[in-house]
Structures are given as C-alpha cells and as structure tokens.
Design a protein around this ligand. Sequence first.
Ligand code: IPE
Ligand code: IPE
Ligand code: MG
Length: 243
Amino acid sequence: MTSIKHLAVIMDGNGRWAESKGLPRTVGHERGAEVVRDVTRAVRQRGITHLTLFAFSSLNWGRPSSEVQALMDLLCHFLESQEIEMIAEGIRLKGIGERAMLPANVLQLLERVERNTMHNEAMILNLAISYDGRRDLVRATKQLVSLACQGQLLPADVREELIMTELSTGALPDVDLLIRTSGERRLSGFLPVEACYAELVFIEKMWPEFTTDDLDEAIDEFDHRQRRFGLTGHQLEVSMSPT
Ligand code: IPE
Ligand code: IPE
Ligand code: MG
C-alpha cells in the first residue's frame, strides 16, 4: 500500500488528443471524463483517501463558448451518472473553486451530490471547477480580514493551519503527489499552497490515453523517492533505522 494520502491530478491534453485524430475537441473531453471514472475508482482501491482533480480552471472561461458549454454539460453528466457509484463506494464529493461563476444547473447538481455524499468516509474527491489557486488565496484572505475587522482575529492567531483551513481545500492533508499529463510542466494555478511540498510527476501521454497502469507507475515512482523536507538524506536514514 502506498503512503500517499492526497493525490492531485492536472488532467491535460483532451483537446490535443482529439485534434491529433481529426476529431472535435469535445470528443477529447468526453473520453477524458471516462478516464476520470476509471482513475477515481482505481485511486480509491489503492487506499488513497484524498483525490483532487483539476476539471476546469478560472482561465478556461476564456475558451470558445461552445467548448465551455460542452464542458459544463459534461460536468453535469458526470455528476449525475456518478452519484450512485459515489454513494455506494463511500466517496465524498466536494467542489472547490468559484461557485458564483457556475451556471445554476451545474451548481445545483454539485450541491446535491455534495449533500448526498457528505457522510461518506472512504475517500474525498475534490473537483476543482472554475478554480485558480491565487484567487482562492485572495478569497480566503478577505474572509480572514473581515473576521479581523470584527475583532474576532488577532495577528497572533494567523498561523499556517488557519490559512490552510480557510482555503477551499479545507483542512486536508498536503498534496503528496501531483501528476500532470500531456507533457506540460507547469501548475497553471493549481493548488499553489497545498502542493508546495508535493512530488511532481509529468507524463507525456494526453489525459484520454492515461491508464491505471500509468497511475501505478506514478505511485511507484513516488514510493521510491526520498522526501527530505529540508533534512539531509543521512538524517532520514538514521531516523528510519531500527534502534
Ligand atoms: C484539459 O484538456 C481539460 C480542460 C482544460 C478543461 P485541454 O482542453 O486543456 O486539452 P489541450 O491541452 O488543449 O490539449
Ligand atoms: C489546466 O489546463 C486546467 C485543467 C486541466 C482543467 P490548461 O490546458 O487550461 O492549462 P494551460 O492553459 O495550458 O496552462
Ligand atoms: Mg490544456
């Protein structure tokens, strides 16, 4: 069993995958949604308790409206078709991102699935929709400043845990492993604070081609890395060796 508690994935490359086959980009998103289903199931089976998926960024609103519409429709379809499985599998769904930006039907459905899965404990699935980490930090800061203005927060109260809890990921464990597909090597605004000690794995394949074998390879790579958190390798070996 892996020691990963929190896996985050930037599911990139749907459009290029479709274009390379002469298909509309939306076909890539449809195929991508199927991969989400398989990967979520596999992550749960591997005992990872938190999975955060980048489904739609704040900047993605700038895409052609037909693509944005197709993505919103797909999101609704995903939520509707997965609700029963999430309930059966003990998966708790949470949306992170700018809720006010979402079309009413997407928001309603998201909140319904959140409500119907809120007591599930096997795994938390965070779906980042209209998400941008810097915007999330601004929103959290405004919230804390307003508490301070009401006299409910003093400078001495501002600790790491408080900031982390105020982010929309809430009091989750830090991201251990962050995977990005499609060969791009950037975060694109994804979990800048939560993933600041994460191990990064970049995969050349486009998201629609990603398989559970690729997931296992990435997990295996994580399990063979030495996370030093500022210490020396020697210090870690000494602390791990039986006394
Ligand atoms: C990721 O695939 C899905 C979303 C951003 C919604 P892309 O649509 O970014 O695919 P590429 O990167 O253009 O190939
Ligand atoms: C990031 O992918 C967002 C998602 C995967 C949902 P993008 O394709 O939007 O990122 P950039 O524009 O290449 O940085
Ligand atoms: Mg992309």
